[in-house]
Every structure is written in C-alpha cells, then in structure tokens.
Write a protein that binds this ligand. Structure first.
Ligand code: ADP
Ligand code: MG
Length: 571
C-alpha cells in the first residue's frame, strides 16, 4: 500500500480509542467540561447504561453559537494557548480532543446558551459528520447528548460490560469528581430512576459522608498536612472500616481524580499492622501541589499523572495518615442491636438501689474469672480489670468497658518492644547448656550462611552439625524465658527465610520479629498473674498501635457507656 495521510474522521476515531473507552469515560470528559465552565449544577442521565444515550446538562458559562463548530473540532480548546501553558494547567481539560473524539464514535448533540445570550443554538456531530449551527431553545448552560455510542465501532462495543456494570462505573466517576467539588450539585439518573443525588455541600466532610456512606460518619478521621509545597487534606477511615477492595478510596490531585499506585501504597504503609494485609483502608485524599510540578499530559484520559516529587508526596501522605491514626482513639466499639423502649420506672426494680448505686454496685464474678483485688478502703484503682476464661481481659475506661484479647495484645507489645530494641543492638542472647539440634530440608551450611546476618541480630548462634542438621548454641533470652521451643522456632525461621527470599531486609525482619512475638506471647488459656495483667495493660497505654496485633487483627473492643445506657433504656 502507498503511504497516505489518514482522513480527519479516521484520525479522530483513533484518538477516540484512547479517550473514550466506555460510557464512564464519556461522562468523565463531559462533567470535566461542565466544571471548567463553572457549573454549580450538573445532571447526568443514562439510558441502558449509556449504550442507548448519555446526557450531561450543566448551568455553566455556555458556548457562543459561533464557536460551536470549534468546540467539536479536534485540537480546539479555550483552555491553553501556548506550550508554556501546559506547565501550569489549572483546568480539567486542555487537550481539546474530547468532544471531537466523542463525536467521531457516536451521535453527539451540543445545545448551549451563554448566560447573556438571547437564545440558544445547537450543532450535531454524527460519527464524524458535522452539521451546521441551528437555533435551539435552551436554558443558560450546556446540554450534551451522546447517542449510539460505538454503534460503528463493534470492536469497542464488544469490550463493554452489562448496562448495570457500566452504570456502576459511571456512578463511580461522578462520585470521585463530586468529592473534589463539594459545592457543586450532582444528580444522576439511570433509565429514569434517580441513582445519586448530591446537593451542594457546605463542607468537604459533609460531601464525603454523603458519598462514602452515612454509616461511616463517625469513623472518618480528618487528616491535614503541608510540607515542602505539598498539601494534603481529607479523611481516612478507622481500621475496622477497611474494605476487601479499594472501592472506598478517592484520591484527587489538584482537583483531578487520579489512580496512583504509589499513593495507595503510602496508605497501605500508614495502616501497616492495623488492618489485615488483604484489606484496603477507606480514604478520600485531596493533594495539592503547584501545577508546574505535575505533568498531567501523559495519559489521554488524564487519569494518570507524572509527579515530579513522587517520593515526597508518598512520605507526606503516609506520615499524615499515620499521625491522624495515632491521635485517634482506635478501639472499635461493639455495636449493640438497636432497641426501642421507654426508660424503666425506678420503682419496678426490686433491689431498692438508685440507678447510680446500681451502676457502681459490683457484680459477683463468674466462677472461671480472675478478679483483681479491689482495695478495701473503697478507693477505686486506676483501672477495675478482670481476666475471664483465661483468654480475655475486661478493662474499665472512661468511655465504657474494653474487652482485650490477651494473646493479640501481648503479641503486639512484644513485637513493638523487640523491633525497638533490635534497631539499637542485637537482642540479648542466652548460651544453651546443651546445644539444640534442628533438622533442615536443605544444605545446613548454606542455610547458616544465608541466615547469619539476621541470626546475629536476633541473638541466635547457629552452626552446621551435619549435612542437613544445625546446632543452636545460643538463643534470644526472650524466647528462652518464655519457654519457647527453640528447635521449632529455628525450623520456622528457616522456612520463612526461604519464603522471604528477595524481600527487603526491613520486611524480612518484621516478619521474623512477628513470628517471635507470636511464639513468645501469652496464649489463650494461660492464667495470668495480677502483675502480668497490670504490666500488659500498662504497655497497652504506652505503645503505638496497641489496638491491633501485628497482622492487623484487633486486640480490643469497647462497649461504650452510651450504648449500654441506650440498650438498657436508661438514656
Ligand atoms: P478541552 O476540554 O480539552 O478544551 P473539549 O473537546 O473537551 O476540550 O472541549 C472543547 C472546548 O469546548 C472547551 O475548551 C470549551 O471551550 C468548550 N466546552 C466544552 N464543553 C463545554 C461546556 N459544558 N460548557 C462550556 N464550554 C464547553
Ligand atoms: Mg474537555
């Protein structure tokens, strides 16, 4: 075939392949245009998941009738003028290709009227055929209607999911843009039914609660930080609200929703040890940086950006989220079923005690419980704790009663203590009177070589004893004192070392320390002495992240006084 220039409508269709992937991408481009035009009210109507039609109406500045043909022409934009402008983009659009692309793979009708124009006008682009400008009735603002999307691009249509799934994607696009623009009223309907209605919100927090779900209202912790020209505001969810997928994460950079793996990773770091690794924290983050430090012109749909200071943004977000979590009381509350009853009249109680008296009268402990002695002089101790079923500690605090999993808490305490100590010097080692022999499934000499740096830090002295046997001459004092089986510890250590090959030192160390903490921690079923319990509870106050064990499972749960009062009809 000879070389020739492609006709313009084919060029546009190729561009459309990058910008317009599915109904959600059309909606995204059209809403971005509405926002750029200063709209305060945006309505999106879908028919059949957008396959039949998509309509986006706004009350923005409108387009003067003379400029309608330009609006739908490729590389025509009112938002940048010179190449230098690309270094400081403050609008959502700038490439001037969205409308041209959409009009090349659908029937696009644009009806618009600037606020001060006497009447409106319209233009149609039907699969690349541009009609002429005609007068049309229109309220101030713009209405874009996209019909027969991909009717002539069957390859693209094949990649679309069910109308339901496409509607879901559209909803998410609107949600993310709405999060970045809390003052704009958004409505979405699908086949005539309202699916989303977000009135203009006064505060970002109100908007986020409306978007993420009212049930999360009390679980969203505000975060705020500014450092080296990077600002971040928004909310992060308490650990127990984390989700199996990252559906409840909204990340916006300079008002633009983006998908950025490094930022998701920063969040993951902040929650390390507070949630199970397979879960994703709830978060809505709004990052601001000088536009000249971001290149948004790396992806036609502008959902990916290139950041000049990626590492800095990572650190700012991680630290801001960490700090917010640290400041917040993270003990989850135990939900009680809602009850509706009127408060009980006092005289119905047989005990003759007043409500206040009853609330402090001690209840006899069940047989299996182990109760700390209450001082006889009637002075209440700092906390009135109790071990039940040799497994749980019940602790009173100012908000109510906290149930603590003794193993999980002790595991977290040991983990933090060992990590802190090991950062300074190797753990104290204890020489074993009789070396312990450990069989390994591989060449003992190789295992010893591979483990030596780590073993030294842990206070572990190992040497080959036979071709596949190791001798342990010294072990960490912590493990010896806690009567941990040293052979099984070393076997596990070898297994892990194999599994963790390639992991960075820090991750490998945390993994091994976690295993040590788990083995050395008190177990469910261990009866604890008063002193052990007191020490453990003191540590609970002293260490960070005491609400979760190193794997992210909770260590404690609170029953609040408010909930108790409500449940028993006393409020
Ligand atoms: P870009 O947004 O990158 O400039 P588009 O193809 O999306 O390119 O839009 C082209 C031009 O049409 C915009 O620059 C703007 O001037 C005008 N326009 C598009 N949509 C609207 C709208 N809803 N309200 C007002 N003007 C609009
Ligand atoms: Mg645009």
């Amino acid at each position: 075939m000879p070389i020739r220039m492609l006709p313009m409508h084919v060029v546009n269709q190729i561009a459309a392949g990058e910008v317009v992937e599915r109904p959600a991408s059309v909606v995204k481009e059209l809403i971005e245009n509405a926002l750029d035009a200063g709209a305060t009210h945006v309505t999106v109507d879908l028919m059949d998941g957008g396959l039949e039609s998509i309509r986006v109406r706004d009350d923005g500045d409108g387009i003067v009738s003379d400029e309608l043909p330009l609006a739908i022409a490729p590389h025509a934009t009112s938002k940048v003028e010179t190449a230098e402008d690309l270094d400081g983009i403050a609008t959502m659009g700038f490439r001037g290709e969205a409308l041209a692309s959409i009009g090349s793979v659908s029937r696009l009708e644009v009806v618009s009227r600037p606020r001060d124009a006497a009447a409106g006008a319209k233009i149609v682009a039907d699969h690349g055929d541009i009609g002429s400008v005609e007068a049309a009735a229109s309220p101030p603002g713009t209405c874009m209607t996209v019909g027969r999307l991909f009717a002539r691009v069957p390859a693209r249509r094949k990649f679309l999911r069910t109308p339901r799934a496409e509607t879901g994607r559209v909803r998410r696009v609107i949600r993310d843009l709405a999060a970045a623009h809390p003052g704009v009223h958004f409505v979405m309907t699908s086949d005539g039914v309202t699916r989303l209605e977000l009135p203009a919100h006064r505060t970002l927090r109100d908007r986020l609660v409306a978007i993420l779900g009212r049930e999360l209202a009390d679980s969203l912790i505000e975060i705020e930080a500014v450092r080296d020209g990077v600002s971040v505001t928004g909310v992060v969810g308490t650990p127990e609200t984390a989700r199996p997928a990252s559906t409840h994460q909204i990340i916006c950079l300079n008002g633009r929703p983006i998908a950025d793996r490094a930022i998701k990773q920063a969040l993951r770091e902040a929650y390390r040890g507070l949630i199970e690794p397979s879960r994703h924290p709830v978060a809505a983050l709004f990052i601001g940086v000088d536009p000249s430090r971001v290149d948004v012109n790396v992806h036609p749909a502008k959902t990916e950006v290139r950041l000049r200071d990626e590492r800095l943004i990572f650190v700012v977000i991680r630290d801001a989220a960490r700090e917010a979590l640290k400041q917040h009381d993270l003990v989850p509350t135990m939900p009680l079923p809602e009850v509706t009853m009127s408060p009980q009249p006092r005289q119905l109680f047989g005990s003759g005690l007043t409500a206040t008296e009853r609330s402090v009268a001690p209840t006899p402990p069940p047989q299996t419980s182990h109760v700390a002695s209450v001082p006889v002089d009637g002075v209440r101790p700092e906390v009135r704790w109790m071990q039940v079923h040799d497994m749980w500690l019940l602790v009173e605090d100012e908000h109510g009663v906290v149930v603590v999993d003794q193993h999980a808490l002790h595991e977290r305490v040991l983990f933090e203590q060992v990590l802190e100590r090991i950062g300074e010097s190797p753990l104290p080692a204890q020489q074993l009177m009789v070396p312990v022999a450990v069989d390994v499934n591989s060449d003992a000499a190789e295992v010893v070589t591979a483990l030596t740096p780590l073993a030294r830090r842990l206070g572990l002295d190992i040497a080959p004893l036979g071709p596949s046997t190791l001798a342990v001459h010294a072990a960490p004092v912590l493990l010896v004192e806690r009567r941990v089986d040293i052979a099984s510890f070393v076997e596990d250590l070898v297994d892990r070392a194999v599994a963790m090959q390639g992991a960075d030192d820090e991750t490998a160390l945390r993994d091994v320390v976690d295993m040590m903490a788990c083995k050395a921690a008190v177990k469910a079923g261990d009866r604890l002495s008063d002193r052990e319990i007191r020490d453990l509870l003191e540590q609970r106050e002293a260490i960070e992240r005491s609400t979760n064990c190193p794997h992210g499972r909770p260590t404690s749960m609170r029953l609040t006084l408010d909930d108790l009062e409500r449940h028993f009809g006393r409020s």
